[in-house]
Design a protein around this ligand. Sequence first.
Ligand code: IVH
Length: 678
Amino acid sequence: MIETMAGLAEAKQRVQKLRELLNHHNYRYYVLDSPEISDAEYDQLMRELQKLEDEYPELITPDSPTQRVGAAPLEAFGVVEHPQPLLSLANAFDDDELDAWYKRASNLLGGRQTDFVCELKMDGLAVALTYVNGLLEVGATRGDGFRGENITQNLKTVRSIPLSVSKDAPRRFEVRGEVYLPKAGLKKLNQEREKEGLPLFANPRNAAAGSVRQLDSRITAQRPLDIFIYGLGWAEGKAMPETHWEIMQYLRSLGFKINPNNALCKTLDEVKTYYKHWLDRLETLPYDVDGVVVKINRIAYQDELGYVGREPRWAIAYKFPATQGTTRLLDIGINVGRTGSLNPYAIMEPVQVGGVVIKQAALHNEEDIHRKDIRIGDWVIIQRAGEVIPEIVGPIPSRRTGKEEIFHMPKRCPVCGAEVIKPEGEAMHRCTNAACPAQALEKIKHFASRGAMDIEGVGEKLCQALFEAGMVKDAADLYYLTKGQLVNLERMADKSTTNVLKSIEASKERPLARVVFALGIPQIGSETADLLVEHFSSIDELAQAPMEKLLEIPSIGPKIADSVLAFFRQKENQRIIEKLRQAGVRLEEKKTKAKDLPLAGLEFVITGRLDVSPRPEAEVRIKALGGKAGSDVTRKTNYLVVGTDPGSKLARAQSLGTTILSEEEFLKMLKEAEGKSK
Ligand code: IVH
């Protein structure tokens, strides 16, 4: 008996210690994004706690980190009455509407000056979290604003929601925020659903809502959900700061996750600058955002302004231009790519989405079209994100008339008429004719394109004209063009022919990795081409490399190796390489010893966005000059290059005394070094 008592007391102590540790690491990982221990070590602590709680169930408390794992299925969600309703927001779609909102508010405030808090408007699900005596008691959805669903069990699985807060917190209070699924999480979830044949989530909000409103919280626990808290609903038993901004700082100090991109703006012009800043950088955010929420900062002013209907007068959602639209799918066209793949694309009734007219969208492959159940004639939802090619999210089945047609890949190549096959295990259909003109033309276009031989003036149109005129049948023919031939082409003046011939000539000196990439060997992108060239310093060496040699290169597997072997085995490809050699295209690497290069021994780290030379390009340039491009600032780092919106690396570099370069200084240094290495 005495022994078990001692056991219990000891267990209790250890359980407490473990909870402290787990809460601390949980906070580091999920709220600060800055873990101090590995996932495995975290799991180890969690298992130890779980074991002790199994042994001594009397030690289990509702805020124990083990309670996040997901409990048995809920019967159904209970209803939660919101003591203060969760409201919605009025929208503004341009600066004029924002001005009008402010003018109204400012008039009501009798012209008193105010500042604003700008927050990113998360595309997720609104929730309210009530804490009583420091413990999370209820988590609820917004519902109709007055009554929501009780989803406490599910919200407990969201790691960035604290299960308990410090004793200094108000005795009872409610915070509000947006639960969301980061872009990467949504992508992964949809990939898994695709494998299981389940319908895909069309947008992050659906995915977050679908995940949080699971009857079985164990499913919720598996989704990488996250939260940003954006407001205090109400608080009892403690005075709260007088501005929204300070309240957010206070909530952050209690352990809540507040978006670090929120900003305090003094004037409406600053608000507009904030909006434009993020509109240009939506792609860089790891989550989806559909606008900026602008809030009048002073709580007393908010109270004075009050509400119209269900919308506060003290806040507005300044929306970003739409990224989704609906239109009709008129037909499905096919492009034949350079490896013979048949690439379907959507031909649609033109529609404006976010100020851009869209009439075509990528469709990937037949399986994808069938999985999404897209039929010719359907009304479809389309989506564009920044500069990427628009995509069809899915059909709108309720708008079908019955006349829609199911799409099938043609049995014959639409360009050359040869048989089309779908190789085992591949998603793409392929034309079987290696001499298919479509493939030949695409190969030439690829050869001359930017990342490849980068032949200025030889774009898609000129390639097509040269190909159709029979002057260029394969990429090597470009090097045998004459002025006489070129001037005969439409729209080729004397000057442009000279320029084209000059840039073709200049391309003969491209680095070997470019040539390897330009050849268009299936599976070989520009990075793999770089890798190959690190190990083989001429085309001949590469062409003669046996399987074992290729497989010795880290990250080159049998699939890529097979593709390389098959490519160099083909007579046609050997012939093209000979023609390139005869024309004087450099087919071997210029060897400079790394230690003789101007940046040898120097390590650079880049933080923030570079305007003139984007980061990947800058890193390639550093490496080409013998330098190293690191990802973290350490004592070994010689230079930190600071672009726009630098991250925490800047502070680290400052504390280590690392030399800091502006983008301008860095470019100057590169230019000088490049001058030296020529
Ligand atoms: S404030 C009365 N701030 O937008 C103020 N809402 O249409 C109401 N949302 O359902 C909300 N990010 O879920 C606020 N930083 C943010 C927000 C935000 C997203 C959502 C919220 C609400 C909807 C309002």
